[in-house]
Design a protein around this ligand. Structure first.
Ligand code: PMP
Ligand code: GLN
Length: 386
């Protein structure tokens, strides 16, 4: 048999799918893969249902329906003061995953170096390598996952083409501050690089912090492609509606990658997301406020069991140190917790390419309070019975 792509051949199935399958198999509470257990706003879902029945259900425009491109631009202006031309600076994609793939395919040429921050979301490295790029890592160390100048300097070189930054950061739930972002931006400028800013958790920020889009930093607008996801903003992760915004010159090649990847995204979902984005500021406030309360609830529960959690200022996730469980590494611990305690989490080592820490697991807290409480109760009973 002829060989198949070395980038994908032999790659393990993504940890999110692996743990979700295991959770189903064992009737476990799934605090692994990041998805809410209550669907997002009823009016947004009703708008999608109505749009299916009213039609048309044919190919919408390749770059996204005008109403959604306008809504994305208006939302970026409302929350972050960014100015985007909906006609040429916004592309609607089938999820942030497609958006990331389009951006990487459009920017990276064989031999280009791409700076990535580790821990990182698991699709980044394969996509970079599929484009022929070479990953260079900036390692972020717990507990605060700070960006050091030494690590930055070591990762950049004259071959750096692109920096891919996820903020807020999955799985660390770090929200990058202005000072750190400016230091990264200075290197981007110095090495004349582009930036992909994966900002899917832009509205899920807690503790009074404010999300700072990379595009809003001085000099970065012309270099940055910003990626968002309606799945996160509306608690509808299965919808897979994402967007890319950026300067025309970069959007142009990205649109060509998009046209031969999915070409477009279901029109009824686009219409509904356009309506959703226009919701008042209180919707966005309540979304973050509810999640912040859930984070605190799960954190209190886990710490009551002796599992220390790291700070988590954004996204859906809490990282807990599992050493007190005495269960071996994070992969073993997550397997046993699923089979024996019937609670599922994600081993944080899955977010590293090399030499991962093996004592952290990631718990997802975007679940009903009763489910979070039941998960903690199951863990308590299990720990007591061991
Ligand atoms: N980026 C990050 C950091 C994520 O956590 C996720 C997970 N959903 C995605 C991208 C993908 O988003 P989507 O479901 O819209 O493809
Ligand atoms: N982003 C989600 C997470 O981190 C997973 C999405 C997926 O499974 N592709 O849990």
């Amino acid at each position: 048999m002829r060989s198949t792509s070395p980038v994908f051949t032999g790659l393990p199935t993504t940890i999110f799918e692996v743990m979700s399958r295991l959770a189903i198999e064992h009737g476990s509470i799934n605090l692994g893969q990041g998805f809410p257990d209550v669907d997002g706003p009823e009016d947004v879902r009703a708008a999608a249902a109505k749009a299916i029945m009213d039609g048309p259900n044919q190919y919408p425009p390749m770059l996204g329906i005008p109403a959604l491109r306008e809504a994305v631009a208006a939302t970026e202006k409302r929350f972050f003061g960014l100015e985007r031309d909906p006609a040429g600076e916004v592309i609607v994609t089938s999820g942030a995953t497609e958006a990331l793939s389009d951006c990487i395919m459009a920017l990276v040429e064989p031999g280009d170096e791409v700076v990535l921050f580790e821990p990182l979301y698991d699709c980044y490295v394969p996509l970079v390598e599929r484009a022929g790029g070479i990953a260079r890592f900036v390692r972020l160390a717990p507990p605060d996952w700070a960006v050091t100048d030494a690590a930055l300097e070591a990762a950049f070189s004259d071959r750096t083409k692109l920096v891919l930054i996820n903020n807020p950061l999955n799985p660390a739930s770090k929200v990058f501050g202005a000072e750190e972002l400016s230091r990264i931006a200075a290197l981007v400028e110095r090495f004349d690089a582009y930036v992909i800013a994966d900002e899917v958790y832009e509205h899920l920020v807690f503790d009074g912090l404010k999300h700072i889009p990379f595009s809003s930093l001085p000099g970065m607008e012309a270099r940055t492609l910003r990626v968002g996801s309606a799945g996160k903003t509306f608690s509808l992760t299965g919808w897979k509606v994402g967007y890319i915004t950026g300067p025309k010159a970069l959007i142009e090649p990205v649109a060509k990658a998009h046209q031969f990847t999915t070409f477009t995204t279901p029109p009824h979902l686009q219409k509904a997301v356009a309506e959703g984005l226009a919701k008042g500021d209180e919707y966005y406030r309540d979304l973050a406020g509810d999640l912040e309360r859930k984070r605190d609830r799960l954190r209190a529960g886990l710490e009551g069991l002796g599992l220390q959690c790291l700070d988590a200022s954004g996204s859906y996730f809490l990282t807990a140190d599992i050493r007190p469980l005495g269960l071996g590494d994070d992969v073993e611990a997550c397997q046993r917790m699923t089979r024996e305690a019937k609670v599922t989490a994600i081993p944080v080592s899955a977010f590293y390419r090399t030499d991962p820490p093996r004592h952290f697991v990631r718990f997802c807290f975007c679940k009903r309070d009763a489910v979070l409480d039941e998960a903690v109760a199951r863990l308590r009973a299990w720990i007591a019975g061991r």
